[in-house]
Design a binder for this molecule. Structure first.
Ligand SMILES: *[C@@H]1O[C@H](CO)[C@@H](O)[C@H](O)[C@H]1NC(C)=O
Ligand SMILES: *[C@@H]1O[C@H](CO)[C@@H](O)[C@H](O)[C@H]1NC(C)=O
Ligand SMILES: *[C@@H]1O[C@H](CO)[C@@H](O)[C@H](O)[C@H]1NC(C)=O
Length: 451
């Protein structure tokens, strides 16, 4: 008899989008929007996931999950609200429309006797947590991360990079006619690929003029470039910061799904391509399958299934990956093994590299001013100054795994409050996720606290 599927964690890359530029050194991004094609790709991915996981006749059906009317305690959705502006959030909206289509039974009797159906013939709105990089480092560990920028600079200065430059200079010299004035350097390879890829999808003249081998060649170079930037030879290296920051939330989601007393069954994180590179590196799948050492396509998806073995032993996980619209899900063994692994095995493997809180991120990224690090540094200094002399040598240690503010001692919190109030930059009563829908049950944020 097959083991029981307790639930699934889905990680997706956004769908097709318009032009995009990111700084080759800092990965600060600008200028893009989702396209009609992008919404369609994500919607279809949502439909596919529904047919696999929310379908009583599928072998992958998640038992006990309500597949007609949404039970908001069973699904938890987060979307990166960073550099790609609305693209990643909108991708999540489109995917959820495919995952939970309108249902004629989404109705309610009113006091006056009228039966009301939800908007759009019973469409159901699943809350999406909008994860703002300024106050939550988990989905974009790499922005404003000084050690990551240093690692990128070191990669660009490496012998390996110099050799690649040599090998590719003749090819790159042929590209200017197709780049509309963009810098043609190996450092700028991601932007070169992105521009040519976007143009070849949306600009008929460009697509006709571009020699057919150029895009695959440019893609292969971008794959190599981005794997070099977003991974590290060491699990806890700065290049892996995207994976190190996102993994605590991933592990927390998997544990919630495995926990019989926790209602969560379907966790979904809508992302940029960067965390996938680090994750495939840190979980060993790219080592066993070198074809995974590259960019994931638009609407690519990782589905990590949580399964209860028949013998009642600890739940295990299985990673499946679908590299965009034209590909199918393929299972890749985690941690260099050949079968499913326990959640503990994954957690133990990555544990030394995890960035569990903003405080840890500030240290790992050597940042004392951005993304909350300035307030934390000031608060720590103020707490130290105001602490009685006898207590000065006690370390100010994070007590939890939460992000900004949640992992500090009361003394630090009070001091920070005082500093922020003094500086006039604290607004009381503002939620963490600015686009979080009204009516989101508070149980949703319980998952964040565990993250
Ligand atoms: C009952 O209330 C709803 C919502 O206010 C309204 O649309 C509907 O017309 C009312 N029905 C009757 C019979 O008054
Ligand atoms: C991770 O990537 C680095 C290159 O940055 C490579 O040296 C290392 O072998 C990779 N690790 C795994 C487990 O794939
Ligand atoms: C995804 O597919 C593209 C080709 O469509 C390939 O270049 C890339 O390496 C693949 N990425 C992964 C992570 O498998």
């Amino acid at each position: 008899m097959a083991d029981k599927l307790l639930g699934v964690l889905i990680l997706t890359r956004h769908g097709d989008r318009a032009g995009f530029y990111q700084d080759p050194k800092t990965y600060t991004a600008s200028g893009t929007a989702i396209t009609p094609l992008g919404t369609k790709q994500e919607f279809q991915l949502g439909q596919l996931l529904r047919s696999m996981y929310l379908n009583a006749s599928s072998p992958l059906n998640i038992q006990g999950m309500n597949d007609t009317l949404v039970n908001q305690n069973q699904i938890h959705v987060r979307a990166d609200a960073g550099g790609e502006l609305g693209v990643i959030y909108d991708s999540a909206v489109a995917l959820l429309q495919g995952l939970f289509p309108a249902n004629a039974n989404y109705t309610q009797d009113l006091a006056n006797g009228t039966d009301v159906q939800g908007a759009l013939a019973g469409y159901q709105y699943v809350p999406i947590e909008s994860v703002e990089p300024t106050n939550d480092v988990s989905l974009e560990g790499y922005t404003l991360c000084n050690t990551f920028n240093d690692a990128t600079t070191a990669f660009y200065a490496s012998a390996e990079f110099a050799q690649k430059k040599n090998e590719t200079s003749a090819f790159l010299a042929m590209l200017p006619p197709y780049l509309d004035g963009r810098p043609v350097t190996l450092e700028n390879m991601y932007n070169i690929f992105d521009f040519m890829n976007v143009q070849s999808i949306h600009n008929a003249d460009f697509a006709k003029a571009l020699p057919p081998t150029f895009l695959p060649q440019v893609r292969a170079l971008a794959n190599w470039h981005e794997y070099g930037v977003f991974t590290s030879a060491n699990l806890d290296g700065a290049g892996n910061i995207a994976g190190r920051a996102i993994l605590p939330g991933i592990i927390a989601n998997l544990r919630s799904i495995a926990n019989a007393t926790d209602p969560l069954k379907f966790a979904y994180q809508s992302l940029a391509y960067k965390p996938f590179l680090s994750l495939f590196n840190m979980t060993g799948v790219a080592q066993a399958h070198p074809e995974l050492a590259g960019l994931v396509n638009y609407a690519a998806s990782v589905a990590i299934e949580v399964r209860q073995p028949n013998d009642g032993s600890e739940p295990v996980i299985r990673l499946n990956f679908k590299n965009g619209t034209d590909a199918s899900f393929v299972t890749y063994p985690l941690l260099g093994g050949s079968g499913d692994v326990t959640i503990s095995a994954l957690a133990n493997h990555v544990n030394p590299a995890l960035v569990n809180s903003t405080t840890q991120w500030c240290t790992a990224c050597n940042n004392t001013q951005d993304r909350g690090c300035g307030a934390l540094a000031q608060a720590a200094a103020a707490a130290l100054a105001s602490a009685p002399a006898a207590h000065r040598h006690q370390p100010i240690s994070p007590v939890g795994a939460g992000f900004l503010g949640a992992g500090l001692t009361v003394a630090v919190m009070l001091a920070m409050f005082a500093v922020l109030t003094f500086l006039g930059c604290l607004t009381i009563g503002r939620g963490k996720g600015k686009a979080r829908r009204a009516g989101t049950p508070s149980s949703k944020s319980d998952h964040d606290e565990k993250a």
